[in-house]
Structures are given as C-alpha cells and as structure tokens.
Design a protein around this ligand. Structure first.
Ligand code: ATP
Ligand code: HMH
Length: 263
C-alpha cells in the first residue's frame, strides 16, 4: 500500500487539519500517517485556542516515521511558528521524500492566525523551495508576494508566476474565494493550466483547502503525474463539497466518504 504523511495541526472538530488529511488519504486508499505540529481547539464556528508542540517532539515524530517507513508523499499544512518550520525543513532535507505538497495555511476561515505573522518569511525561505507544489488560496497568495489584491484569473496567473520564482517546483493558486466558478490556476515554470469546476452554493466549506492538498498528495503517492493528480483532487473536492455535511452550527465539513454515504 502507498503511504502519505501529513505534517499539520489538529482540528478538534475533525473538519480541517490532520483529521481532514487522514480521512482524505483513507478515501484514496492510501495509508495515512501524521506529525502533529499544533493543537487547535476549534469547531465549525471558530478557533478558540492554539497550543504548539515543541520543536523537539515535532522532530522526534518525523524521525520516528522516516526512520522506519517509506513515505510516498508528504503534505504540509498548519506549521504555526518559526521554530517548528525550521525543524520540519531540516528533517525534510535529511529524509528527502519524493513529493511535498505545501498548503501554506495562514488564517482560519473565522480569522484566527494559524501561522504567526513573523513565521511567514521563514516559511517562504525554508519550506517553499522544498515543495513539489504549493497551494495558496487567494489571501495566502497575496501575502506570499505582497503585491496587492488578487481579483481576477489574470491576477491569479501573475501571482502564480511570482510565487514560482520563490522556489517551488509548481504552484496552484486556488480560486475558492473568487466569484463565479471555482477556478484554480496552475503554473510550473513552463505553462499555465486552469482547473475548473462549477461553484457549489453552500456554507459547509470547512477544510476544503486541507482536503484538496491531501488529495493531491494521495494521487502523487499513487504515482500519478502532477497535473493528473490535481485533476483527480479537483474532482474529489467537488464531490466532497457537493455532499458536505451540515454538522455543527457554523461552516460544516467536507464529506470524504460521499462515494458511499451521500448527504
Ligand atoms: N463553493 C465551492 N464550490 C466548488 N469548489 C470550491 C468551493 N469553494 C472552494 N472550492 C474549491 O475547493 C478548493 C479549496 O479552495 P479554497 O480557496 O476554499 O481553499 P482554502 O481557502 O485554502 O480552504 P481552507 O478554508 O480549508 O483553508 C479549491 O479547489 C477551490 O476551487
Ligand atoms: C488545524 C487547522 N489547519 C488548517 C485549517 C485551515 O482550514 C484549520 N482551520 N485548522
């Protein structure tokens, strides 16, 4: 069986973070593993509190996994602080996993900082150059390049180009927060490609970004080429949002098992 590792934060409500990642891996038939960087007390309405694990135990988790198990793909989500980012980068350079999908998580849908503002430049310097693909949403893309607001597909293309110049092998700027259809823009230094799906009208979009990046990692772990992996992940997130769950009183989670249990 192929394997994937998520390095991310825990979401107590199970809709985003580590929990979304593991569910996504399972739904793809990939064996999931996790290195927890931070614990969030959150639900479908808001993030109440965050507590980071020490860099020492983050490093120890990475050593424990990589020293024993072949990791076919890594997904990185919430990394929270500069010290955590430094140890993650150091271990990834040491163990050299073949594929790294970096979701540069910065702020929760409810507005809580999941990446400390002073950690942004460390993420850019240490993690972006290691990424097979980085998957910012519009807000994260704006913050990565500090070049104003992105409001159009053309703007997404320009941002993708500038983020590519920071060192990842490819970029997928996600258009979930734009108006109209859900259009994501891919750039790999050679060409642009757009991945488009119809926008689904729902408030239940908690964990969409985590789900998409883990789905890409799952497809890469199974040996698919990058664009094929994105295509597969985009089809998956569309189904997971279409059958998303009205759980909780806020923004409900995506449904990872919609093939079997439709809402
Ligand atoms: N309402 C929707 N209908 C269809 N697709 C959507 C919708 N909202 C988001 N998507 C798609 O879901 C994926 C995740 O995009 P989004 O921009 O929401 O990520 P995100 O903001 O990082 O998510 P998160 O809130 O989990 O951090 C993208 O492929 C995007 O196009
Ligand atoms: C732990 C965690 N990671 C990522 C996100 C972004 O969706 C979240 N809300 N919580």
């Amino acid at each position: 069986m192929k394997t994937a590792l998520t390095i991310a934060g825990s979401d107590s409500s199970g809709g985003a973070g580590i929990q979304a990642d593991l569910k996504t891996f399972s739904a793809h038939g990939v064996y999931g593993m996790s290195v927890i960087v931070s614990i969030t007390a959150q639900n479908t309405q808001k993030v109440e509190e965050v507590e980071d694990l020490s860099p020492r135990i983050i490093g120890a988790q990475l050593d424990a996994v990589f020293s024993d198990i072949t990791v076919d793909a890594v997904k990185i989500g919430m990394v929270s602080n500069p010290e955590a980012i430094r140890v993650i980068a150091e271990k990834l350079i040491q163990y050299k996993p073949k594929f790294i999908v970096l979701d540069p998580v910065m702020v929760s849908k409810s507005g809580y900082d999941l990446l400390q503002p002073e950690a942004k430049n460390v993420l850019i310097e240490k993690l972006l150059p290691l990424a097979t693909i980085v998957t910012p949403n519009l807000f994260e893309a704006e913050r990565l390049i500090n070049n104003g607001e992105i409001t159009t597909i053309e703007g997404m293309k320009e941002a993708a180009k500038q983020i590519y110049a920071l060192g990842p092998q490819a970029v997928l700027v996600k258009g979930g927060h734009l108006e109209g259809d859900a259009v994501d823009v891919f750039y790999d230094g050679k060409q642009f490609e757009t991945f488009e799906e119809e926008r689904i009208e729902t408030k239940n979009t908690h964990g969409t970004g985590c789900t998409l990046s883990s789905a890409i990692a799952s497809h890469l772990a199974k040996g698919e080429a990058l664009e094929e992996a994105i295509e597969g992940a985009k089809t998956y997130i569309q189904g997971a949002i279409r059958h998303s769950l009205s759980i909780g009183h806020g923004s409900g989670p995506t449904n990872h098992f919609f093939q079997w249990f439709k809402n």
